[in-house]
Design a protein around this ligand. Structure first.
Ligand code: NAP
Length: 250
């Protein structure tokens, strides 16, 4: 654990924290002193490994299974956290999937499963933490969107729509919650080395990244840590921070 503990005494929920970016965010925020709720859906062993890594270095964490795309499961998740920890100070909406395919051939189930998790899941979790954050007059909500939500991508109409939707949701929630002491921001990664991107044609993609390489989960987690910290990002809300090696410059 590091000596600077920006999040001591705070409880953080990271959705989809068993692998990839969510895992890195969980480990990074735990180092800042937060108690981390490691949400997972299908990978209990990996989620428990994240918890073990945190607790064995003196941090606080526990894992909770919930399919974030399901309203009842999200309600149960929030109730369990409030019962166990009493509060949720930071929500990181990270859980996400891809079901790629050309628009003309895209099956309704592939459209729906991506929208249900990547967009409706963010809505459900945001609504789920709002009451507790409003009561505390304080909270941070950080949504993991994607540069694809800004620029679109052939073969990813469902994913791009979900991530563009997250940006609209972020800005609307930021406006609704600003007077309640809650900030809502988004992080838009470019190509990050995780299970999600492991089957992509790297060479073709690298030519579109000015910094010439894929990013790491830790590089995304560093920006999430900045947005979660009490003082550093206190005057930012409704913003989308890109972590994309320069892919999208606007
Ligand atoms: P990943 O390695 O595939 O990990 C996805 C995580 O989401 C896993 O922990 C998985 O948990 C969880 N998850 C999947 N379905 C879930 C559900 N129904 N309920 C709860 N959790 C669920 O993906 P990643 O690359 O780390 O991506 C994380 C986020 O960053 C996503 O929102 C993604 O869209 C976004 N992003 C990624 C990139 C990139 O290049 N990698 C770029 C831009 C944005 P289980 O295994 O336990 O199911």
């Amino acid at each position: 654990m590091t000596s600077s503990k920006n999040l001591s005494g705070q409880t953080v929920l990271v959705t989809g924290a068993s692998r990839g970016i969510g895992r890195a965010v969980a480990l990074t925020l735990a180092k800042e002193g937060a108690e981390v709720v490691v949400n997972y859906s299908n990978s209990p062993d990996k989620a428990n490994e994240v918890v073990h890594l945190i607790t064995s270095s003196g941090g606080k964490a526990y894992s909770l299974k919930a399919n974030i795309a399901e309203e009842d499961a999200v309600k149960e998740l929030m109730d369990s956290i409030l019962e166990k920890s009493g509060q949720i100070d930071v929500l990181v909406n990270n859980a996400g999937i891809t079901r790629d395919g050309l628009l003309m051939r895209m099956k309704m189930e592939d459209w729906k499963s991506v929208i249900d998790l990547n967009l409706s899941g963010v809505f459900l979790c945001t609504r789920g933490v709002a009451r507790s954050m409003i009561k505390q007059k304080k909270g941070r909500i950080i949504n993991i969107t994607s540069v694809v939500g800004l620029m679109g991508n052939g073969g990813q109409a469902n994913y791009a729509a979900s991530k563009a939707g997250v940006i609209g949701l972020t800005r609307s929630a930021a406006k609704e919650f600003a007077s309640r002491g809650i900030t809502v921001n988004a992080v838009a990664p470019g190509f990050i080395s995780t299970d999600m991107t492991k089957d992509l044609e790297a060479e073709q993609i690298l030519s579109s990244i000015p910094l010439g390489q894929f990013g790491t989960p830790d590089q995304v987690a560093g920006v999430v840590r900045f947005l979660a910290a009490d003082s550093a990002a206190a005057y930012m809300t409704g913003q989308v921070l890109q972590v994309d090696g320069g892919m999208v410059m606007s």
